[in-house]
Design a protein around this ligand. Structure first.
Ligand code: 9D3
Length: 241
C-alpha cells in the first residue's frame, strides 16, 4: 500500500501533481508514479457550515490577524480520516512545533498514513488543537506565510526515505551514515569536483586523482570533520535528550 498523505489547507491548489508543482517533479513525482506514495489535498473551506464558508474569525481579546475556527477543521479532519480505514498520524505545521530533524523524518517514513494540517492565518483556535492532539512540527526559526510550504518540505523529506524512492539506494543510506549511530545527525558533506581538472585557475585536489581509494576516503572524512567543526559545531555535540 502506498503511504497516504492528506493535506488540510485553504490553498489545496498548492499541492497539484502536475509540473511545475513543487512535488510534481524529481523524486516525489517518480515515487508517486511508482505507487509508493499518494497525496490528497482537501479544502478546509468545504467543511465550513456558516453562510459565507468562513474558516476564520477575529481573535477574542483583540489583536491583529484572524484565527482559524474550530468547527470547519474538526469536521474536515474526521471526514478525511473516514476516507481510509488506516489510522492517520496527525501533524500540525506550526511555528510552535518541535523543530524538524532527520530522525523524526525517518520515523514518519514508516507510517501508513499522515494527515497534515497547514494554516494560513495567525493561528488555530487552541481548543481544536487540544481536541485533535496533533504532533506539532516547525521547519525552523523563521517566519513563513503559512504551513503549506512546511508541509511540502516535510512530505519531500519523508518521500525520499520510502524504500525504492531513490534511483540508487546508497544516497539515502549515506545521509544517515555516521560513526555516531544511524539516527545521529550526520556530518556535513565534503567538497566534490568533476571535469575539467583546471577551471579558472583552480585545480582539483591531487589526492582525488591518485586512484588510492583508502587515502581518498580518509581525505573526505577529514574534510567532513573540518567543515562540520567550522560551520556546524552543534552537530558534533551529543544529542540533548
Ligand atoms: C508574524 C505572525 N506571527 C505573530 C507572532 C505568528 C505566525 C503565525 C503563522 C507566524 C507564522 C505563521 C505561519 N507559519 C506557519 O504556519 C508555519 C511555520 C513557520 O512560520 N515557520 C517555521 N515552520 C513553520 S510550520 C508552519
Amino acid at each position: 500500500m502506498p503511504l497516504r498523505f492528506d493535506i488540510l489547507t485553504t490553498f489545496p491548489e498548492m499541492f497539484a501533481h502536475e509540473p511545475p508543482a513543487a512535488l510534481g517533479l524529481s523524486i516525489p513525482s517518480r515515487a508517486r508514479a511508482a505507487g509508493l506514495v499518494e497525496w490528497h489535498a482537501t479544502n478546509i473551506r468545504d467543511f465550513a457550515e456558516n453562510k459565507h464558508s468562513k474558516t476564520d474569525d477575529r481573535p477574542f481579546g483583540g489583536g491583529p490577524g484572524m484565527v482559524m475556527m474550530c468547527q470547519p477543521l474538526w469536521d474536515a479532519v474526521h471526514a478525511v480520516e473516514a476516507r481510509d480505514p488506516r489510522p492517520a498520524t496527525r501533524i500540525l505545521l506550526s511555528p510552535q512545533g518541535v523543530p524538524l530533524k532527520q530522525k523524526l523524518v525517518e520515523e514518519l517514513a514508516t507510517k501508513p498514513r499522515i494527515l497534515l494540517i497547514a494554516g494560513h492565518y495567525e493561528g488555530l483556535d487552541e481548543r481544536v488543537i487540544e481536541k485533535l492532539a496533533p504532533m506539532e512540527i516547525s521547519l525552523g526559526d523563521y517566519v513563513l506565510s503559512g504551513g503549506e510550504l512546511g508541509a511540502m518540505v516535510l512530505m519531500d523529506a519523508i518521500i525520499r526515505k520510502l524504500p525504492g524512492a531513490l534511483g540508487h539506494e546508497d544516497s539515502s543510506v549515506e545521509d544517515s551514515f555516521s560513526a555516531r549511530g544511524p539516527s545521529a545527525q550526520p556530518l556535513l558533506d565534503c567538497p566534490h569536483y568533476t571535469k575539467p581538472r583546471e577551471w579558472m585557475g583552480l585545480s582539483v585536489p591531487e589526492i582525488l586523482l591518485s586512484g588510492d581509494h583508502g587515502k581518498i576516503a580518509q581525505w573526505r572524512l577529514d574534510r567532513m570533520l573540518e567543515r562540520t567543526r567550522a560551520r556546524r559545531p552543534d552537530l558534533l555535540q551529543p544529542p540533548s535528550e
